[in-house]
Design a protein around this ligand. Structure first.
Ligand SMILES: NC(=O)C1=CN([C@@H]2O[C@H](COP(=O)(O)OP(=O)(O)OC[C@H]3O[C@@H](n4cnc5c(N)ncnc54)[C@H](O)[C@@H]3O)[C@@H](O)[C@H]2O)[C@H](O)CC1
Length: 447
């Protein structure tokens, strides 16, 4: 591709940004748009988008938050009828465009920016590229930052769009393609097509053994239901057969007559959901088979006993990961990417750190963020189902990294389907998995 003319990328960005703001406004003519403008090209995007909106009849005013801002952008805004806001303004705008800091910004905001944001509390905010003040490359929130209703980004998603807590500050995401070849992203997000490509689909000569047998060692006298739910995730139809070993055999058999009770040859074991004090022993027994392991809940504390060569997918929530690493839960929640990567590298395992934006981190540094799901998924037993689902995918031949990231994507989509916007329980999530897989493989929109 030949060199682009000077400013072409910014014009493409400004075009996409202005269109997204106009969509949010509904009617542009007469709408009051306030630009918060920083010193760099991020501010230039905002100014040029403001000029486009002004030419469509919007009343655009810019608050300049630096001694020097993007000169061409400012000239374009003024030429289009926009103005610079001097001093306090009584009238509230209909929308605020955050062009303070983009990918060149350091975390946190200066006082004048905080004050300018305070003056428009409650007005919808559209962030340019990233919400100003977030840590773009880690997803941390170390200091004052913008909380946007919509973030319009360019070229490719950045870490702050995909990883909490910063991802929560982005609001809805809109990606504008600038026509650039983008470098590989430090954090990926599987899309439907990726999941369709990775889902194990049986061939005409496959049978239950060639499709993979997944073993489940879960549940206890105290938590027999966890065994049923973990088995429900494993028995979603993605593996050829499920074996169950544990104290909840009657409950499991009663719910899943197709499950074979008793030990036998498996391609992967899922261990720990509801395991209580017996989880360590169950993990040791599973490890003797020398097959890949999915380690959940009460078995996670025993991961270090598995030795270096084990092929392990561990599925902690923030508290379990904190305990594994010997840090505070709050530290994990504040730096989810950093702690998931650290555990994967230190322990040589794949880590599926569950949360609003579940992260799958491989020992080689690869990280995928899950973008499906719903807050209704915060329900008892959902993690048991997820562990079983990942175990089925691992037994069916996916790597631990693919099994964790695909399992998390399907689990979130199944929760969205089962929830339909309302309450859902873990068993309903498991029951929705086959429908999600069908829709993904058929290319149909997720129902
Ligand atoms: N990447 C692309 O293809 C395109 C990017 N565009 C836009 O450009 C910005 C990045 O612009 P840049 O000038 O590099 O950085 P910023 O606009 O983020 O400004 C950084 C500037 O601000 C100062 N600064 C840094 N941290 C702080 C802080 N915490 N408080 C106050 N000031 C701070 C520092 O001086 C920096 O120099 C990108 O995000 C896109 O919006 C193109 O327009 C389109 C193509």
């Amino acid at each position: 591709m030949g060199r682009l003319p000077e400013g072409a990328l910014m014009q493409r960005a400004a075009h996409g940004l202005a269109a997204a703001v106009a969509d949010l406004l509904g009617a542009t003519y007469g709408a009051r748009v306030r630009l918060l403008v920083g010193p760099g090209d991020n501010g230039g995007d905002a100014l040029h988008a403001g000029a486009r909106l002004a030419r469509r009849g919007a009343r655009v005013e810019a608050v300049l938050l630096a001694p020097q801002v993007h000169a061409e952008g400012l000239a374009a805004l003024l030429a289009a009828g926009g103005r610079v806001l001097e001093g306090a303004e009584r009238e509230r705008p209909d929308v605020v465009v955050d062009g303070i800091l983009g990918i060149g910004g350091r975390p946190g905001l200066r006082e004048d920016a905080v004050a300018a944001l305070g003056a428009v509390e409650g007005v919808p905010v559209v962030a340019v590229d990233v919400p100003s003040g977030v840590d773009v490359d880690t997803g941390r929130l170390d200091g004052p930052h913008v909380r946007a209703d919509l973030t319009v980004t360019f070229g490719t998603h950045k870490v702050a769009h995909l990883v909490d807590p910063a991802a929560q500050a982005c609001g809805a995401l809109h990606l504008v393609d600038l026509g650039l070849d983008v470098p590989p992203a430090p954090v990926e997000a599987l899309q439907r097509d990726d999941v369709a490509r990775l889902i194990p689909v049986p061939g005409p000569f496959d049978h239950k053994y060639t499709r993979g047998v997944v073993g489940v060692r879960a549940g206890s006298e105290q938590y027999p239901g966890a065994a049923v739910l973990c088995t429900s995730g494993a028995a979603c139809g993605l593996a050829g057969m499920v074996r169950y070993v544990g104290s909840a055999a009657d409950e499991v058999r009663g719910t899943h007559p197709e499950v074979v009770v008793g030990a036998g040859r498996v391609q992967a074991w899922v261990v720990g959901s509801g395991g209580s004090e017996g989880a360590g022993e169950a993990l040791a027994a599973a490890a003797e088979d020398g097959v890949p392991l999915v380690v959940d809940a009460d078995a996670i504390a025993h991961v270090a006993s598995l030795g270096a060569g084990a092929d392990v997918l561990v599925t902690p929530h923030a508290g379990e990961l904190a305990a594994l690493l010997g840090v505070d839960r709050a530290d994990v929640e504040a730096d989810q990417l950093g702690h998931a990567r650290r555990a994967a590298a230190d322990l040589g395992v794949t880590v599926l750190l569950k949360g609003r934006r579940t992260l799958c981190a491989a020992p080689d540094g690869g990280v995928r963020a899950t973008t499906t799901g719903t807050p209704w998924l915060g329900t008892a037993g959902a993690g048991d189902v997820l562990a079983g689902l990942c175990g089925a995918l691992r037994a069916a031949g996916l790597s631990s990294y693919d099994a964790g990231s695909v399992g998390s994507w399907v689990h979130g989509a199944a929760a969205q389907l089962a929830s339909g916007g309302g309450p859902v329980v873990a068993a309903q999530v498991a029951a929705a998995v086959p429908r999600v897989v069908r829709d993904v493989l058929d290319g149909r929109p997720l129902s």
